[in-house]
Write a new protein. Sequence first.
Length: 325
Amino acid sequence: MKVLLNMVNHKSKLDWFKCDWTDFADFLEEQRMHGSELIFHDDYDTEKIPKEIAVGMHLKYWPTWLDFWRGDALSLESQFMGMDNAELYYGGSSPDAIIDQYKREFDTAKKLEVDYAVFHVSHVEVEHAFTWDFTYSDEEVLDCAAELVNRAAGEKYLGFDLLFENLWWPGLNFKNPDSTLEFIDKIKYPQKGFMLDIGHLMITNPDLKTLDQACDYIQNMLERNKVVLKMIKGIHLNQSLTGDYLKQSVESKLNVIRSADSYWDVLNLAREHIGNIDTHLPFINPRINEILELIDPKYLVYEFLPKDKSELKNMIKIQNKVLGR
């Protein structure tokens, strides 16, 4: 099993390592990590990145995308406060824009010679991130995601595994094993599997109060999903016990959103809200080792959201201790 650390090519994170990928590689070695899962928020000169640390790559994700994919202009006009904003968000005016983006990222993954790439399978509209009153079902999201992946990735092996990650919104959330199996069967790309995000799975049950309860819930969900268990190739390890936050009234937040003049202000409010739900903290209950033993993943990714390098080091230290590393 390769133990990895997530890393974003954003200046705010690169500054921790003097904007020097060699410095980051040294940090990984010091922390006894085998490499990194990289996320690119913009184009980047991959020649600067040592290939030995580039084990995985997290692909771009648009949380709201089904209406764009389906060409529902009226819905886009309403959600984005104008088509200009929608075109900025997607980088174009037709679904080809997101297909082309994924093809570019696949090219980057090939250049880096990564072992795997991660694809989020989910859809949510901004208001629905607060209300949980969703437009689309899991099955509708999964069907459209399969169409998108098949058009972008094709049927030929590109040199890396394509792993699909769960969220707590409609789409891949592991709540319906039959739908999950149907989805993965529709994917034509040959080397496919799942990246199980532990924190995201926890968020699907807002009644969880403790990590012991979370471990029971995760094990129960894995038992229900036995048919695809062997296809879980990687784990994003973190935890989010945020059910109390999810149960708070959202009326005041909705009023702010509905009265906003700028879509981008609305999007920033949504990002803050999501950060309060998906906290990305270390999983400090040793029972997580039972779950790792059950899945036996090829890749274990520490996926944390620290405020600085010192906190990152401390989070890694805590997680290593829990795992006996």
